[in-house]
Write a protein that binds this ligand. Sequence first.
Ligand code: SF4
Ligand code: SF4
Length: 92
Amino acid sequence: MKKTYLGVPREEIPWYPHINADLCTLCGACKEFCPNDVFEAGVECMLVKNPMNCVVACDKCAAECPIAAISFPDKAQLLKWVEEAKSKKGTT
Ligand code: SF4
Ligand code: SF4
């Protein structure tokens, strides 16, 4: 079944981790922590290989990063995306 978040198709919501490549030490903690196959080790830093596997509104891996290299959009932005997607479809 197609994944949705508050009635909006998952692929319409750009929620996933962002990694600061200048900070990342490739320690692997984020990849080890997340069960959803989101991350893949790159040559110089961790990569977000499967962004759409990230669970919308989850930000738990950020706390696992020892040097705070992982960030997410803020939750107000998330609600804005949901509202925009719904109004495009005329469902609000
Ligand atoms: S936010 Fe949650 S689902 Fe997304 S990558 Fe991090 S731990 Fe995995
Ligand atoms: S936990 Fe942080 S430092 Fe470690 S691989 Fe992930 S992003 Fe890089």
